[in-house]
Design a protein around this ligand. Structure first.
Ligand SMILES: Nc1ncnc2c1ncn2[C@@H]1O[C@H](COP(=O)(O)OP(=O)(O)OP(=O)(O)O)[C@@H](O)[C@H]1O
Ligand SMILES: [Mg+2]
Length: 505
């Protein structure tokens, strides 16, 4: 079956401002297969995906679609020939409803730029949602702005599917999805696969890749390291070695110590009866001791992000109090929280984490600016601090003036962490800290969080990855429908127990 190649790259190269992102990469996708594209942050996975989908043009080499050379100038051209991408960066319009986002400018529903048949469009959206078992989860009329990250991701995928794509590129489709949503997505992938659709999937979640992919290609520093090896014939350890160029053992390290160890330490952080204004968070109480790491687990939608946003003052509480170092922070605002030694790494780097157009240096320094209200900054010392933090976190950066948007997704996540570390917080709240981060960097982030804790910082982690919670946290709070349904000590915590409290307990 040598001639069933759906899309193919031959010796494709691409550089940005003279820096090479891809060097003579070959890649082949067959009809009806799921082909995983793997590699560290910055390896070139998104760049290759974008070249296939018409977002970027290759500098050299060629792309073939069913044996015919193509050169897509934009995503519209690619989509017209059946190639679509669901990318790391969302392309939805926040103020439009779901249905209009999916069928934007679709000729069946638009005449001269206006919607001609809204009812049919909503009906079609509904049947798409139903196909995905999502009809109770997403409302076709709802504005995208109101959706969770997970829901937005699903709308993006439905949009690609609605275009009858033959090649669907999923660039980290599951980073923001819960286990159940991932299962639904993979079911759909398998169904479309049987209809000969080909998928290129990028993900840092190795278990998933083993579950869903047929073959694996690995890039490192923009070069091909492994080309289209059968998933069943590649051991996980060899895959990781190919990606990072060295062995990574035991990324979660040892199992976290029991919370009892911290009981006679000082209470650094306390949440008392926290409620939010929208009813997603109900009477939450817990304490974090000096040097303790507390994990918040639960399903997507359980209220975890809403809770930590309240704790930090990013959203208003309707009731309750946050106490840091025995001092109540009344009517908390972000600025007050920061002044009292709290740091917060939000879940969504695009919307509230980073200024995409501005430099890495500025983004790292901004927290400092907010706190100290400096009108003038010493650019040199700002750049120096930035490079130092970047190096500590393994962000490969040639120049601190690089705009954030030109960094790979995982490296953006590290910039977000870096800017908070610079403040040396007493309490650090991190929401999904390793989303989109490669295995090597994950291990680095865990090490950083452990070091901070060892220095006495109280750490609160929201994470959907249970191994991450089990490996790092001394105390685990499980949330469901805005309440804490389970409190587990590291000594007794197990995946099944967390699952129990997250769904029924
Ligand atoms: N628009 C751009 N301008 C400048 N450099 C860029 C741009 N887009 C990507 N790069 C650089 O190209 C390299 C490859 O980036 P790419 O986004 O393809 O990585 P990736 O493998 O998708 O990583 P991640 O896992 O973090 O998403 C990186 O060094 C990145 O900084
Ligand atoms: Mg990427």
């Amino acid at each position: 079956m040598a001639d069933d190649k759906l899309i193919e790259a031959k010796a494709v190269s691409k550089a940005f401002a003279g820096v090479s992102a891809l060097t003579e990469v070959d890649f082949q996708l067959r009809a009806g297969e799921v082909h995983a594209l793997m590699g560290e942050n910055g390896a070139g996975k998104s760049t290759l995906s974008k070249i296939f989908a018409g977002v970027l043009l290759a500098d050299a080499g060629a792309v073939y679609l069913e044996g015919r050379q193509v050169r897509f100038l934009n995503t519209k051209e690619a989509a017209a020939q059946g190639v679509t991408i669901v990318s790391q960066e969302f392309s939805l319009i926040p103020d439009f409803p779901v249905a209009e986002n999916i069928f934007l400018v679709d000729e069946a529903y638009y005449k001269k730029g206006f919607i001609s048949n809204k009812n049919a469009m909503v009906r079609e959206t509904y049947s798409l949602l139903k196909l995905f078992d999502m009809e109770t989860y997403i409302d076709p009329y709802e504005h995208v702005r109101q959706l969770s990250v997970a829901q937005m991701q699903i709308v993006e995928i439905l949009k690609a599917i609605s275009k009858k794509a033959r090649v669907i590129i999923l660039d980290e489709p599951t980073a923001a999805l819960s286990a159940n949503e991932i299962r639904l997505l993979f079911d759909l992938v398998r169904r479309l696969k049987a209809e000969n659709v080909g998928f290129i999937i990028v993900s840092h979640k190795i278990n998933e890749i083993y579950e869903v992919s047929d073959r694996i290609t690995v890039l490192r520093d923009g070069r091909l390291v492994l080309g289209g090896v059968k998933t069943t014939e590649l051991a996980q350890t060899d895959l990781i070695k190919a990606m990072v160029g060295r062995e990574v053992n035991n990324i979660y390290g040892v199992k976290a110590q029991t919370a009892q160890k911290f009981h006679d330490k000082k209470v650094i952080f306390e949440a008392v009866n926290i409620c939010d204004r929208r009813g997603y968070v109900n009477n939450i109480c817990f304490q974090v001791h000096e040097g303790e790491i507390v994990g918040i687990s639960g399903l997507v939608g359980a209220g975890r992000t809403e809770l930590v946003r309240c704790l930090f003052g990013a959203d208003k509480c309707s009731k309750g109090e946050v106490i840091v170092n025995s001092k109540p922070i009344k009517a908390n605002t972000i600025r007050k929280s920061m002044k009292n030694g709290m740091g917060f790494v939000p879940e969504d780097r695009k919307f509230d984490g980073l200024f995409q157009e501005l430099s890495v240096s500025f983004n790292i320094a901004i927290t400092d600016l907010i706190i100290h209200t400096f009108m003038f900054v010493n650019r040199k010392s700002q750049d120096r601090k930035c490079m130092q933090k970047a190096e500590e976190l393994g962000i490969r950066l040639n120049n601190p003036e690089t705009p954030v948007k030109s960094l790979s997704g995982g490296n953006q996540q590290k910039v977000l962490l870096a800017k908070w570390l610079l403040l040396e917080p007493r309490v650090l709240i991190v929401d999904e800290p390793t989303r989109g981060v490669d295995v090597g960097a994950k291990a680095e982030i865990y090490a950083i969080l452990r070091q901070l804790a060892a220095r006495g910082v109280a750490i609160i982690i929201v994470s959907s990855e249970i191994p991450e919670i089990l490996g790092l946290c001394n105390q685990i709070l499980v949330m469901r429908e805005g309440r804490i349904t389970g409190r587990l000590d590291a000594a007794q915590a197990q995946e099944e127990l967390i699952g129990y409290y997250a769904t029924i307990g």
